[in-house]
Design a protein around this ligand. Sequence first.
Ligand code: HEC
Ligand code: HEC
Length: 284
Amino acid sequence: MRLTTKSVLLGLPVLFGAALAAPAQDMSEAPRVNELEARLNVDSTLFNATIDEEPSDDMLELGRLVAMGGAENGGSGMACVTCHGANGQGDGAGVFPRLAGLPGWYMYKQLEDYAEGTRPNRIMTGIAQRLTEDEREAVASYYAVVEAPWPGPQAAAPISGDQLQWGGQLAAVGSAEQGIPGCVNCHGPNGTGNPPSVPYLAGQYAEYMSHQLQLWREGTRQNDAMGVMETIASKMTDEDMRAVSAYYARVRPGLESVTPPAPMDDGEVAEIETETSDLLSDVD
Ligand code: HEC
Ligand code: HEC
């Protein structure tokens, strides 16, 4: 299905402006496949619900290449690491979501949805459309396997104690009065996600998260197969969205101990840069 121009234009101007102002991130730190082995057997990296398959090394290599802006066939024309970071850590301003460790199948589905227009976005729609099927799969499995340090609760925007408490309550039990179910029912007991289809909320940026809830409420993002998120968001006030997002931005169980992979030396970086520019010139 091809997109209409109208749906491509639906993305928010604020995101567009921020993307243009995005600082180029250092690509040299994108972890190599051999550094990822340890995480290959984690649930979120298994590619889909019925096939318990670990991504192959070839797939991860291709994913890493796509993340760095290279490609075999199509390529996105833009390195994912520019906005999402070498380790998929996203950005602190909360415009570019954290991708590290999101379920591979969930991310693959998002790329399909961006491309097909059920999740229209000015930036991601074009990028996803330019990727081949294999590249979408590969880059999704790559980001599912990488792990990035978490900036910690102090990095989240300040919020009052009352709001934070309300956010925690919505997360845990929802609101019977407003007909909102607790997020934990699907997003996992600590918001750590429920692979393959339900993303983590814990440690995601608050700005990004509340923006997604608004997009669902206004009907722009309509890619949730069962429509549950549209329904939930339609019952939430702006205040609820801010509170629950601020709460989740402050919790990230199990990540404190993660050490980012060692940076590469200059020789390795030069080699990757050459590899990438060769591939890019092949594409042109
Ligand atoms: C110019 C900046 C930019 C580049 C380059 C970019 N992205 Fe994004 N990405 C964004 C923004 C902004 C969003 C949030 C859009 C929205 O509101 O849906 C996003 C969202 C996503 C999401 C959804 C995450 C979630 O939690 O649902 C995925 C997956 C993703 N990008 C993957 C990629 C991949 C893979 C690449 C490279 C092929 C890439 N992005 C390149 C800016 C970028
Ligand atoms: C019945 C199951 C269910 C419940 C309950 C639920 N969610 Fe979700 N949520 C999902 C699914 C499934 C997705 C992925 C949809 C898709 O494919 O894009 C999702 C996605 C999201 C996303 C998008 C994350 C991203 O990375 O873009 C946000 C934000 C979100 N949910 C917030 C919440 C909040 C807040 C609550 C509680 C008030 C909640 N959800 C309760 C099933 C649920």
